[in-house]
Write a protein that binds this ligand. Structure first.
Ligand code: UD1
Ligand code: MG
Length: 287
């Protein structure tokens, strides 16, 4: 049902976004077509219709709001960080233990600092592991499938997966829509909320995003120049992507394996994501 509704709603919403001028150019195509941006907002609204009233719903909505603001008025970094921290409020609770390799660890007040960092990091991490067709939604789909084996609330995860599948249909190469920051921040907050007590597994599943963030730190902190886009370069003659030299995992993969077609690169990245998700599930079953 979630899949069907998203499948129907995205084209309708896309027309509306095009009319509002919320668009982006697909930079890795010869003709650079203009596509509707921020369709994650539409998918997010559909998802929230199916989530039960809970802290998960509130967090997901907060993520959606932050992303939608960013898509429309280009929020400054400091406001994005601040708002992501505020989105922790619905998750605040007195149980301050985390599970680490089967051991319950009592963190006390530090737990709140730890969770705040997760709220700030997760959506941003998805947003900066981006820039090629299908990767923003694809990575979320694979992480969500992994979470099915880790968290108890499978109904909620299945709703997320349902929405993901339909959105990926439109965002996979050659993309007909861009999902925007609304999708990235919403998914990040959703993951933190559903895996609040399973952050160990979530961290292993998101190791590609962790590596990508660490590599990005010099550019994000202003130590090195950080341009508007750090995505790979498009080589029109070969119709392939080549490394742009910026500190991203995507560039590392391109450096190791050489120039790749956009679709192949996306599939390679999703296979890497699946390996880490699988690893997290295996480790989870051991403890
Ligand atoms: C983040 C990244 C930026 C990357 C961008 C691409 C950092 C600090 N920021 O910025 O390096 O270039 O995401 O998503 O790492 N686009 C494509 N093809 C795609 C997806 C996006 O060409 O498959 C382009 C389109 O022009 C689209 C734009 O990227 O309009 C979206 O960028 P946006 O999400 O606004 O960039 P940021 O999240 O700010
Ligand atoms: Mg983005």
């Amino acid at each position: 049902m979630e899949t069907l509704l998203t499948y129907i709603a995205v084209p309708f919403g896309s027309d509306m976004l095009l009319k509002c001028g919320i668009t982006g150019k697909d930079l890795h195509k010869r003709e650079r077509p203009v596509l509707p941006e921020a369709t994650g907002l539409i998918a997010g609204i559909v998802l929230c219709l199916f989530l039960p009233r809970s802290s998960i719903l509130l967090c997901t909505l907060a993520g959606l709001w932050i992303g939608a603001l960013d898509d429309t008025i280009d929020l400054q970094w400091r406001y994005k960080l601040l708002l992501s921290a505020v989105a922790y409020v619905p998750l605040y609770q007195n149980l301050t233990t985390v599970l680490l390799f089967g051991n319950l660890i009592y963190l006390g007040p530090l737990y709140h600092v730890y969770m705040l960092l997760w709220c700030i990091w997760c959506g941003n991490a998805i947003n900066i592991y981006a820039g090629i067709n299908g990767i923003e939604v694809g990575q979320c789909l694979i992480i969500a499938i992994g979470l099915l084996w880790v968290v108890d609330d499978t109904r909620t995860i299945i709703s997320f997966i349902g929405v993901c599948v339909a959105l990926l249909w439109y965002n996979f190469y050659p993309a007909k829509v861009f999902v925007g920051d609304s999708w990235c921040y919403m998914s990040g907050m959703f993951f933190v909320a559903v895996a609040q007590h399973e952050t160990e597994s979530l961290a292993i599943m998101m190791l590609p995003q962790i590596i990508n963030t660490l590599q990005s730190l010099p550019e994000l902190t202003g130590y090195c120049e950080c341009p508007r886009h750090r995505m790979p370069k498009y080589d029109e003659n070969q119709d392939k992507l080549v490394t742009s030299g910026y500190g991203t995992l995507i560039n590392v993969i391109l450096r190791i394996y050489g120039p790749m077609h956009e679709k192949t690169l996306c599939i390679v990245l999703l296979v890497i994501q699946s390996v880490f998700v699988f690893l997290a599930c295996v480790l989870k079953s051991q403890y």
